[in-house]
Structures are given as C-alpha cells and as structure tokens.
Design a protein around this ligand. Structure first.
Ligand code: ADP
Length: 955
C-alpha cells in the first residue's frame, strides 16, 4: 500500500507537472526565472524551493565555499532548521570535498549499497548525518568546486533515479556560474560600500582641527559603518586602570539607556576584563551576553549598559595604548566580522593621525601667539629709553596678551637691599605705586626670594607655597610665577605674573616669560647706555640692530639651515673671529650634529652634517656643563683635544632652553686672546635669541612630518586597492567577452553593474593617488607646447554626448588662432574635464554651459594684477573660463570650494557621485604650471570657474 500522503503528492504532481519526467521544460522554466533574480539570497531560496517541489526531497541544503573563512558552509536550507545547518561546516581537506571535486555526485544510499566510500572518517560521516543528506551534487565553476547541492531522502522513500541525477546535475551546472557572479557582484558592492563609507569617514575626520570634534566624528562614523546601536570613545590609563568617555554616539536604533550621553564620566577598567584584555593584547576583542565564556563582571556591565554584544578596539599612538572605542549592539547577540573590525580600525587610525595633527595645530597656534608677543614686546622695548614708560607698557602688554590676573615689575635697590615695586597692572598697580610698595631682598615673599637667588619660582598653588605673601589689593591670586631680570650674572629685578586659577602656568608660559624677562633686562641695560663711552655705545647700538635683525630673520623663516647660517655669520662678524660652528645635540644625546660651519679650510676640519663627540673636548664640556668657555689659548685648556694648530683663541657658548643644553655656538681665531668678556656677553645674548627660532623650526618640521605620514598612508591604501581592482575589472571583461563560456543576458547585466562600480572605485583611487602625489611633491609635469584647440576638442568630445543627453546647451568660444600653451597635455585635459563635468553635474536640465579662452598679460584674476613696468616684457597667459547657469555656490561654501574633500550641501551635489577632491587637484595642477585658478558664483544663478596657463614662449 502506498501511504495516503504520497498518493496525494502523486496526484498533485500529475496535475501540476503533467509528466514528472519532463525535466527539460522544468529546466527551461528555471533558467527563465533566474534572469529575474539579482541577489544571492533570492537565488538560493528559489533553488531550494524548486528542488524540493520537483523531487519531493525531505530536505535540501545548499553548501557554499565562504571566501573569508575558506570553509564550505550552509547558505540556505529547506526542511531542516538553520540552527543545525549552521553548526556543520566542511574544510577543503574533507573527503566529501575531494570526492565532489574529482569524481562528481556522491550518492550515499544508492544502488551500490548504503555504505560510505572508503576514506570518510567517522567524524565526517557524523557531520553529513547531522545534516541528514544522502545525495550531494557538486557546483563547479571552471576553476573550483564552489559548493554543492545536498538532498535528503525522498518523502516517498523511493531512490533517486538516473533521470533525477541527470536533472540535478544540469540544474547545478546552470546555477553555478550565476551563483558565482551574484556573489562577485555582492562582494564588489560590499567593497564599494566600504570604500565610500571609509571615504566619508575620513573626510569628516580629517577636516576637523579640534580634537573633541575628531573623537565625536570617530564615534559617529564607526557607529554608522558597522551599524552599531551606540559607540563610546574612551581615553584610558592602563597603569592606573582608569578611563573616561571622550565622546559618544547613539544610532537611530539605540535603546533609551544608550541615548543618555556619558561624555566626561569616569570608569575603572577593573570593571571589565574584556576591555582590559583588549588593551593589554592591543587587539580588538568582542563578547556577547549569552556567550558562556563571558565573565561575571563583563556580564554585569553589559546588563547595566543595556548592551548584548560589545566590541572593543584599542587606540594606539606609537605603540602606546591611549584609549579605546567601545561599540555596542543592544538589539541582538551579534558577531562583528573581520571586515567590520578592519574598517573600524582603519577609521580609528585615521582619527589618531587627525588628533595628532590637531594637537600640533593648537600647540602651533599657542606658540605663534606667544612668539608674537615676545616679538611685539621686544620691538616696543628697543625704542623706549625711559624705564617707567617701558615697564608700564610691558606689564600692560603681557597682561592683555595672556589674560593674567596681575602682572608687575620690581627693581632691586642693592644699597637698601629692597626690591622696589615699579609698575603693575590695574587698580592694584596704582595702589602699590602710591604706597611705595617694596620687599626686603632675600626675606620677604616670593619676589624677595627671586630677587636674591636669581632663580625663577613657580607656585602653581600659592596656598602650598610658604614664601607666598598675600597682599590685600590682590585677593584672588591662586598661582604665581616670578622670574628674575638678570644681566651678565647681576640680578636687576623681578618680573612677576599672577593668575586666579590654580595650575595656571605651563612650561611654555615659563619659556615665554623667560624670553620676555631677558628682553626687559636688556632694556634696563640699554636705559643706562647714556653713561657709556661713545665707542661702547656704538658697539651696543650695532649689537642691538643685529639682534633686531636676527629676531626679524628668525621670525620670518622656518628654514632651520638659514637660521643657523645667519646666526653664525653674526657671531663671527661681531666678535671679529676667523671661523666658527653651530652644533645641535642629537635627540639620542649621543653627540652633536654640526649644522653651520665657517672658515675651516683645512682637510681635517669639521664638515656640515658630521657628528661631533660631546664626551670630550672643550665643546663637549660646554654641552655637558652648560657653562660657556672663553680660551685665549686652547692648548692651555686641559680638555683641549683639537689638533688644528691654526686655532689659538676659542669662545664657545651653550644654546640653552631652561636647564637643557640644546647645542653650542663656537667661534675661533688664530690669534691668542682674540675674545673678551664683551664678546662672551654678546654671544650669550645671541644664543638666547637663537633658541626661539630653533624651537620654532623644530615644531614646523614635526608638523611637516605628520603631514608626510598622512600622504604616505593614503598613497599606500590607494596602491593596495589598485591591483585587486584591476583584476576584478579584467576578469569582468573576460567573462563579458564570453571567454569563460557563453553568458546569458542576465549575466551580462550583472557584469555591467560590476564594471561600472569598479570604474567608480578607480576614479576615487586615482584622485587619492593624485592628492598624495601633489602633497608629497611627487607630481611631475611633462610640459610641452600644445595648441589649446586640441585640448578643448578632446574635452568636448569626451563630454558632449552627456551634456546633450541632459538637455544642456554647450557653447564653445575658443578661436582657432590662439597661440599654444606650455603645459602637460594630460593634466590640462584633466583640469578642464573636471571644471566642465562640475558645470554639467551642477546645472539642471535646460541650462547652459560655455567655455571661453582669452589671452591676458598676467596669471591673475581680473582686478588683482599689478601694472607691468614699461621696460619689462610681460609674460603672456591664456585664461580659460567655464561658466554655467547651474545651482551656484553659497557664500559660506565659497571659502571652502578648493579644500580637499569638500562637497556642497545642495541636494543636487549630494545626489551626484563625487569625491570632493577634483577642484583641489585641479587647482594644484594649475599652480604647478605657474597659473592661478579662481571662481565667481551666485547661488541659484550659476558659476564661472577660470584658470590661467602660460603661453609657450617660442610662439
Ligand atoms: P566633487 O564635484 O566631486 O564634489 P569638486 O572638488 O570638483 O568635487 O567640487 C567641490 C564642490 O564644489 C562640489 O561638491 C560642489 O559643491 C562645488 N562646485 C564645484 N563646481 C561647481 C559648479 N560648477 N556649480 C556649483 N557648485 C560647484
């Protein structure tokens, strides 16, 4: 007796399929259905359904090779729970894989008997049995086994017939390539998505120069990239096991608890062993609430924060962990994929670079303000010879620039042993003058102490400073910094600043005030110039002029070498020396690098760049002790090691910042006793001035290096993307041409989509490469004389179809007889295409675009040119202008149009694909040609972008 259910099934079969063996029409049917499906999940679902319907198998499982893990795993199943199929996976070493790859279908309960072929391990059989499949039909592409179709027994209990097997094999062949290309498509889509997310993230992150903004952007961007419900960025101290939230982000599906910002809150790292683990290992780690390996502490923390899965990504700066990103998923238990983790790490690395840059930027800004004040004060000072007027100005300037609570100057009266108040800011200053305020040197207050010791005193919390003397007109003083005014070992007085904040003073304030104090001390000395002899006066005046010139030069250039050369030349001129050198102690403190050298004609003399020892010799001693050396005959100095017999006198002074010796300036002469105390005093002042410039130049080179690292990173990433993209493109074209076998219409469609996405990625990558070439100065031009018409024709040919298709009118006003330009042809085409395609993209249908070329006598925008002197032959330029009647640019955006990654907010801009790099690249290319680029624009009316290129001179 046939069971009732099977009889019904047979009846249904007869009605719906008429003849079960009419496999040909089923296959045709199936192949037609395939053309309607674009994505893998639907494709697999249909396959499972069809096979179940046609063959009445108890279950059908599709197993596919997972390219990320290299395991064969179930992708779709019918008639069996996904929980079971997800537990089972096959490796490439499994017997079933090699059987299917080499021998074809595997039928486990076929006519030959119900045993497995030899070689199958017990464990492997157990896995197949867990799936409950008896028939495996391989899915091949040309190169490899991409998976198989696994079927359970038929409901009827019948065996699979030869026809069934032939049908399934044909079906498998028909589907394999489609599966493969759907996955290909999916992967390419995924790559494009990743890349554009990454791109958007990097745009946002690298465009901010405020550190807080970088962290908020980081939280938001990684949250969006991996679709986490919330993200927090922490800074941490591993030794102290503390952390605090720098920024957080709650996604659109965050729970109420996650929406409460915790920025600024502090947490002990002891609470969470997963975080501690990730930070110690310096590796991302993830846990889920229901994972049995999750510890109690972490579970409690997850429950409290309302998360189900978290991922911790450490943030590292030069190998040191400074914080971490905590990504939280509150909707379900989730596994973050390798790809997601990799993306988050890339964005985090970018954020760190941005933070470092921002830090440098802020420091640079502060330093610039400080240096500016030093310069301002020194310029004022040299011209004032009346001391009271001088002090009044100095205290005012310092108070205003740095916003201190109170600033004052005291001068020592050595006879009375008193430090006498001379000038102070505000009402307090007036009161103190009226009262004739003074303090006993060496006895009263911080001022008294500094006035006697000649050392500075920094009390960042005056309540902890026993020498602090409260004064009734200054009730709010919390921190005080007093600096001696001294000249040539003599203490002249004290410069004193006060703040209403505890811990108000940093090292850099000390540095600046020290420089100011030096200037004031010089001014005090200058004020007593009247008493000097004429000769000495002349010399002091010359010195002052030189110092001023040095300050000017030092402030004007960030070029280390120029600063050094100039300083050394001054030293030699003013001391009447024959030669000299400047050296800087290396960072490793293992020697001194020689940076400038004059007047050593001898073979065995020193040379620039050489490493000079500091463990011996006179110069070495100056570096080690910080004490200047004045030798009238070097051979008499016990430390002398020089074998240059031409040198007799030598004068060496340290270049110091605070207590640290950074380098030396040394001058020599073949005469004995060539230098005196005056020379020593001059050289000491010179070295003081050079310090600021050196610090400045260092800071600048740091900034430059950080930028170079960023360019290198971009160029590396772009290069890495180029090769896989070329191969995707190549293979797509091969498939398209039918090299790998006939392809259907639907397959052509897929390949078309892949192709155009790869093209987009290509544009992105070549823009990135261009930018990094420009930034690192590696962009080379192949300049030739080119008729402009050729360029215009080429650009028009490329774009006119699209312009017409969009319903735009194109007008070209470029005369045939314009002289040729001097330019790199490909690059000039790139610039023009960029401007024209912007005009095309940002102009609505019905609008107009026009291109004009005219000759002008300079490279500048109209109105900015200076008249050319009559005897000078003006250089001729060609000016090209692209105008459109498009959306225009808002005044706010106009300042940023040429910035890297900038894209406008207008919906028309947002809808068009673009990188925001085009104009920045175009402008740099034009400038490399010695031309200029500018634009005019009116929102809603249109824009005109223009640029100039030089004409070929031989025309
Ligand atoms: P992209 O066009 O890829 O965004 P670009 O650097 O070429 O990058 O342009 C930067 C931005 O300048 C654009 O996003 C757009 O906002 C604005 N822009 C450029 N050209 C025009 C134009 N012709 N009309 C209006 N806006 C423009």
């Amino acid at each position: 007796m046939i069971p009732f259910r099977d009889r019904v099934q047979l009846l249904v079969d007869r009605i719906f399929y008429k003849d079960r063996k009419d496999y040909r029409s089923i296959l045709q049917d199936f192949s037609r259905a395939l053309t309607d499906i674009l994505d893998l999940p639907h494709l697999l679902e249909m396959l499972v359904e069809r096979v179940q319907d046609v063959l009445h198998a108890e279950r059908v499982v599709i197993i596919l090779l997972d390219p990320h893990t290299d395991f064969y795993i179930s992708h779709k199943a019918g008639g069996i729970s996904e929980q079971v199929t997800h537990m089972v996976r096959f490796s490439k070493d499994d017997q079933v894989v090699s059987w299917l790859a080499e021998k074809g279908p595997l039928y486990l309960h076929g006519e030959e008997g119900d045993s497995y072929p030899v070689g199958f391990s017990v464990e492997e059989k157990a896995r197949l049995e867990a799936l409950g499949v008896v028939l495996c039909i391989p899915l091949y592409t040309r190169e490899q086994l991409i998976g198989w179709l696994a079927l359970g027994s038929k409901w009827s209990g019948d065996l699979y017939s030869r026809d069934d097997l032939a049908f399934l094999s044909t079906l498998a062949d028909q589907t394999s390539l489609v599966i493969q290309s759907a996955r290909f498509h999916e992967e390419a889509q995924q790559k494009v998505r990743e890349l554009s997310l990454l791109f958007r993230a990097s745009t946002a992150i690298s465009s901010s120069l405020e550190i807080g903004e970088v962290w908020s952007n980081l939280a938001k961007r990684v949250g969006q990239i991996v679709d986490a419900t919330s993200v927090s960025v922490y800074e941490c101290n591993i030794e102290e096991k503390t952390s605090s939230v720098l920024a957080d982000y709650a996604g659109p599906r965050a729970s109420d608890r996650e929406r409460v910002s915790r920025a600024g809150e502090k947490f002990s790292l002891q609470e969470s062993s997963i975080t501690m683990g990730a930070l110690r290992a310096r590796w991302p780690l993830s846990i889920s609430l229901n994972d049995p390996t999750t510890g109690e502490g972490d579970r409690a923390r997850l429950l409290r924060l309302g998360g189900r899965t978290v991922l911790i990504i450490p943030l590292m700066v030069r190998g040191r962990v400074i914080g971490f990103v905590d990504l939280c998923e509150s909707r379900y238990d989730r596994r973050f994929t390798e790809g997601e983790i990799r993306l988050c790490q890339t964005v985090a690395n970018q954020a760190i670079i941005a933070v470092e840059n921002a830090g440098l930027f802020q420091e640079e800004r502060k330093r610039a303000l400080q240096l500016g004040t030093v310069r301002e004060v020194s310029q004022k000072i040299v011209s004032i010879l009346n001391l009271d007027e001088l002090f009044a100005q100095v205290v005012e300037l310092i108070q205003q620039r740095f916003d201190y609570y109170h600033v004052q100057v005291f001068l020592n009266d050595p006879d009375a042993q008193q430090a006498v108040f001379r000038a102070g800011t505000g009402r307090a200053g007036e009161v103190m003058v009226e009262e004739g305020y003074q303090l006993k040197i060496g006895e009263e207050g911080i001022i008294g102490w500094v006035a006697s010791s000649g050392e500075f005193l920094l009390a960042n919390d005056v309540s902890k400073e026993p020498r602090f003397l409260p004064y009734r007109v200054l009730p709010d003083t919390q921190a005080e910094l007093a600096i001696p005014l001294s000249r040539g070992g003599q203490i002249l007085g004290v410069l004193d600043v006060q703040s209403e904040r505890v811990n108000a003073f940093e090292e850099s304030d000390l540095f600046v005030l020290q420089s100011l104090a030096d200037q004031v001390a010089i001014a005090i000395e200058n004020a007593s110039l009247y008493t000097m002899t004429d000769q000495a006066l002349a010399r002091r005046l010359e010195e002052l002029a030189i110092m001023q010139e040095i300050d000017r030069q030092l402030n004007a250039t960030l070029d280390f070498e120029k600063v050094m050369d100039f300083t050394l030349d001054c030293a030699i001129r003013m001391t009447g020396a024959d030669g000299g050198l400047i050296g800087m102690v290396t960072q490793e403190q293992d020697g001194m690098q020689l940076l400038a050298i004059r007047g050593y004609p001898w073979e065995h003399g020193p040379s620039v760049g050489q490493l000079w020892p500091i463990d011996r010799g006179i110069v070495g001693r100056v570096v080690r002790t910080g004490q200047p050396a004045l030798a009238s005959d070097v051979t008499q100095d016990p430390d002398c090691v020089s074998d240059i017999s031409e040198i007799c006198s030598q004068l060496t002074v340290p270049i110091q910042r605070e207590e640290r010796v950074m380098g030396v300036i040394s001058v020599e002469s073949p005469q004995s006793a060539a230098f005196d105390e005056d020379d020593l005093a001059f050289m000491t002042r010179l070295a003081d001035h050079a310090t600021i410039a050196i610090e400045n130049a260092r800071l600048y080179s740091d900034l430059k290096r950080a930028n170079e690292e960023k360019s290198e990173f971009v160029s590396m990433v772009a290069h890495d993307l180029k090769t896989p993209m070329t191969s995707i493109k190549g293979y797509t074209e091969l498939l398209f041409k039918g090299t790998a076998g006939e392809i259907s219409e639907m397959q052509q469609k897929f390949l078309g989509v892949i192709g155009s996405n790869v093209d987009r990625m290509n544009t992105l990558v070549s823009d990135l490469l261009d930018i990094s070439r420009i930034e690192s100065g590696r962009l080379r031009l192949d300049v030739q004389s080119i008729p402009i018409k050729t360029i215009v024709d080429e650009v028009v040919q490329t774009l006119q179809e699209r312009i017409k298709a969009k319903g735009l009118t194109l007008t070209i006003e470029v005369s045939e007889d314009l002289p040729p330009v001097r330019a790199d042809e490909d690059r000039l085409i790139q610039v023009l295409i960029n401007l024209m395609s912007n005009a095309y993209r940002y102009t609505l249908a019905g609008g107009e675009i026009s291109l004009k070329a005219t000759v002008q006598s300079n490279s500048l925008p109209p109105g900015e040119a200076e008249p050319v002197p009559p005897d000078e032959q003006p250089l001729q330029y060609l000016c090209l202008s692209v105008s459109d009647t498009g959306i225009g640019i808002s005044p706010k955006d106009q300042t940023r149009v040429f910035s890297k990654f900038f894209r406008g907010d207008d919906p028309v801009v947002r809808e068009s694909a673009g990188t925001g790099l085009g104009l920045s690249i175009a402008k740099s290319i034009v400038e490399l040609h010695n031309g200029q680029m500018w634009f005019q624009s009116e929102p809603g009316q249109g824009s005109i972008f223009s640029f100039t290129v030089p004409l070929a001179t031989d025309s």
